[in-house]
Each structure stands twice: as structure tokens, then as C-alpha cells.
Ligand binder design. Structure first.
Ligand code: HEC
Ligand code: HEC
Length: 364
């Protein structure tokens, strides 16, 4: 075992702000420690994650939009949505999802609330459109599920436990073996010379670390960068319907006059938050293209070009987004560094799913 790197792992540099208060300069940190996982519940959750019987029309599972083969996303700019609908945002990757400050691109859910995000994904009309009582009845008619729930929870499958079991499985979805994590844990040779140059740029000239720092490589903040909207939200009626329905559900003022994704504004209702989105984690970015809430940035080289140009147009654009004047070599080094945040591809084995077997009379 290598010794931890003392310089990088030491407490963050302390800065004195104008008011004399002490603030910490953002710094790097290795991946967070794995959360505690209940193995029996996570095993049920693993099956349910891949089981299409949890969608209303049995056509899709969580894995349809969060597939291990596509870095736990779907590899598309915008998510398809439930049969007969289309979604207006990119399906996010689920790597290290147990460690988010907020969930959802607009930050509408608290990061610690995996049970709620699972419930929403299952029951919302635009993702799996599942009635929770129907889910219970379906799972009760699968003897293996009934037995597994009995062993793990002491009773029949039930709404909150179904969400909880999938939430338990989500905790197991983690970055493994990323060169930059190994480097931070003391393995100097884990980064190439070009990646090490990219790391310096990330902390220095390019100032990415202002927002992408700490164990999740995210400040857990909300920022407007001016990422281009996806034109389909204006031209595709199915996408626009889902977007306006989302604005309506959130009680967004005067939403009928909105035709673009306004981000966190629907949560705060404060115009300064128009166009602000959650800072995503950057672990495993090499597996999660295309990028951004709108999926409009195709490759990591395009991401770097976007930042180099000082981002896009936005009324509330963060002052931290400025033109960077990077040379071609510097851009390549930054891309190489982003690739070092990427670990092994996930195991793509789909668990064997147990079959229905109608219950005997009197045993329901
Ligand atoms: C039809 C596609 C689709 C299906 C099916 C689906 N999701 Fe999602 N998921 C999305 C999209 C799109 C978002 C982002 C929504 C937003 O930000 O408005 C999302 C967001 C999430 C998030 C938040 C991640 C983050 O970093 O903010 C989690 C967790 C999640 N889904 C888990 C699940 C689970 C578990 C299931 C199955 C019960 C599931 N999803 C089914 C498309 C889907
Ligand atoms: C002002 C804060 C801020 C700074 C500085 C910043 N980012 Fe970001 N980053 C964000 C936010 C917010 C998003 C999501 C924006 C959106 O979807 O509209 C993002 C998205 C990304 C993504 C896409 C991740 C995904 O899963 O889609 C990558 C890659 C990225 N940033 C890399 C960088 C690099 C490289 C730099 C430095 C050149 C940088 N960022 C500087 C806040 C920031």
C-alpha cells in the first residue's frame, strides 16, 4: 500500500474573506467512503432495477434509461420518457448517486432522499407511470419476490419497501478504480504526465475547481453557464408537453410563456435562478456522454471548448465562467485529466428475474 498524499489530503487551504470570515479554498479529495448497504435489500433492489413489471405497460425498467452499458445513463441527448411521452432533459448517470447534495438537474430533491427519487421515477407519468398498489400486487404474484421481501422486511412487498430496496441498490453504484482516485490515495504513477498537466490547469488557469471540488467533484451548487438549450424542446410537442407539465406541477409563475428549460427557477420561483442547474459530479465522465442537462455537448473536447469560450449566453451567468485562452495542448491535457476521473465500466450482468406464479386462494 502506498501512503496517502499528505499535501493534497491535508485540510483545505484557509483563506480570509473581505469580512474577515474564514473560508476554505476548494480542493481535491478521494471518492467518498462507501455507504453502509443492507445486502439482502440491495439484492432485491438489483432485480427490481432491471424488472420491466415495475412500469405501467411493462415496457421499461430503471435500466432502460440508466443502463450500465451507457455509464448508468442512456447515451442519448434527451431521455425518451414513458411510452407516449418524451422527456426534456438528459438522463443523468447514477455513479456515486448516494453522495449528491441535490437530486435532479434543477435541484428539486434533497440528495439524501433516494426513496423519494425512486418513488417519483416509478410513479410519474413521464418515466414509469406505475400505480403503487399495482406494483405491490404484481410483486406478490412472484413467489421469489414475496419470499425475499419476507426475509428482508418481514412481510409482503409494500410501496415504501419497494422504493427502499431500489434505493439500497442505488448505493452500490460506484466509481471503481479511477486513475485520479488512485493518484489521490498515493499512487503517483496512476496519472500520465499529460493528465498531471491537466490537473494543474483544472486547479489553476481553467479554474474548474471553483465548482468541481471535493469527494464528489461538485460544490453541490446551482449555476447558470449558458449551456445551449436542446432545440427539440421547442419543436417536439411531446417534449414540450412534459416540460410544461413539469413547470405546472411545480407551480411555476406564468409558465405558459416559457419555452425553454428554466432550471432551478421552478423550485425557487426567484428570477435570479433562471437557467441555473446543479453542478454534476465528474467521476466517470468518460462513460457518460453526451453532457449537460440538455445533452447538447457531445464530447469532453466539446465541453472544454465550451468553457474555453467563456460558456454560453445566460442572463444569470456565473461570474466564474470567463474565456480561458487555452492553447490546443492545454485543451488536450484538460481532456486527458477528465479521462483520468473515469474508472472501470460497470458489470453489465442482468440478474435472472423470477417468474409470476398466481397465488393460491386465501394466501393473498
Ligand atoms: C424514461 C426514462 C427514465 C426511467 C425509466 C427512469 N429514469 Fe431516473 N431519471 C431520468 C431522467 C430524465 C432524470 C433527470 C430528471 C430531471 O432532472 O428532471 C432522472 C433522474 C434520476 C435520478 C437523479 C440522479 C441525479 O444525479 O440527480 C435518480 C437517482 C434516478 N433517476 C433513478 C432512477 C430509478 C431508480 C429508476 C427506476 C425506478 C429510474 N430512475 C427510472 C430518466 C429515467
Ligand atoms: C461556475 C461553476 C462551474 C465551473 C467554474 C465549471 N463548471 Fe463544469 N459544470 C457546472 C454546472 C452547473 C454544470 C451543469 C450545467 C448544465 O447542465 O447546464 C457543469 C457541467 C460539467 C460537465 C458535464 C458533466 C455531465 O455529467 O453532464 C463537465 C464534463 C464539466 N462541467 C467540466 C468542467 C471543466 C473541465 C471545467 C473547467 C474548464 C468546469 N467544468 C468549470 C459548473 C461549473
Amino acid at each position: 500500500m502506498n501512503a496517502p498524499r499528505p499535501v493534497i489530503l491535508a485540510a483545505a487551504v484557509v483563506l480570509l474573506t473581505a469580512g474577515g470570515a474564514v473560508a476554505e479554498a476548494p480542493s481535491f479529495a478521494p471518492l467518498p467512503e462507501p455507504p453502509k448497504v443492507d445486502e439482502a435489500k440491495a439484492r432485491i433492489g438489483n432485480m427490481l432495477f432491471f424488472d420491466t413489471r415495475l412500469s405501467g405497460d411493462t415496457a421499461s425498467s430503471c435500466a432502460s434509461c440508466h443502463s450500465p452499458e451507457a455509464g448508468w445513463g442512456d447515451g442519448q441527448a434527451l431521455s425518451d420518457g414513458y411510452t407516449g411521452t418524451a422527456y426534456f432533459r438528459n438522463a443523468p448517470s447514477l455513479f456515486n448517486v448516494a453522495h449528491r447534495k441535490y437530486l435532479m438537474w434543477d435541484g428539486r430533491l434533497d440528495g439524501s432522499d433516494l426513496g423519494t427519487v425512486v418513488r417519483d421515477m416509478l410513479t410519474e407519468a413521464h418515466t414509469m407511470n406505475m400505480d403503487s398498489r399495482l406494483a405491490q400486487e404484481r410483486l406478490k404474484q412472484v413467489p421469489e419476490y414475496a419470499e425475499a421481501f419476507k426475509a428482508a422486511y418481514g412481510g409482503d412487498p409494500y410501496g415504501g419497501q419497494i422504493y427502499g430496496a431500489i434505493g439500497e441498490y442505488l448505493k452500490t453504484i460506484r466509481t471503481t478504480n479511477a486513475p485520479f482516485d488512485r493518484y489521490l490515495r498515493g499512487e503517483d504513477a496512476a496519472l500520465t504526465a499529460e493528465q498531471a498537466t491537466g490537473m494543474e490547469l483544472f486547479q489553476g488557469k481553467a479554474n474548474c475547481i471553483a465548482c468541481h471540488s471535493g469527494p464528489t467533484l461538485s460544490d453541490g451548487g446551482l449555476h447558470a453557464l449558458g449551456v445551449p438549450e436542446n432545440a427539440e424542446n421547442a419543436t417536439d410537442a411531446e417534449r414540450q408537453i412534459t416540460m410544461l407539465r413539469h413547470f405546472a406541477t411545480m407551480g411555476t409563475p406564468n409558465y405558459m410563456n416559457l419555452r425553454e428549460d428554466v432550471g432551478n427557477y421552478v423550485v425557487s420561483k426567484d428570477r435570479v435562478d433562471i437557467g441555473k442547474f446543479v453542478t454534476p459530479s465528474l467521476w466517470d465522465v468518460g462513460q457518460t456522454a453526451p453532457y449537460m442537462h440538455s445533452g447538447t455537448v457531445a464530447t469532453l473536447a466539446d465541453v472544454v471548448d465550451f468553457y474555453d469560450a467563456g460558456g454560453g449566453e445566460a442572463a444569470n451567468k456565473s461570474p466564474l465562467i470567463q474565456p480561458l485562452n487555452l492553447s490546443a495542448e492545454e485543451k488536450s491535457a484538460l481532456v486527458a485529466f477528465l479521462e483520468s476521473l473515469t474508472g472501470d465500466a460497470p458489470d453489465t450482468t442482468v440478474p435472472e428475474l423470477p417468474e409470476y406464479a398466481p397465488r393460491e386462494l386465501g394466501k393473498n
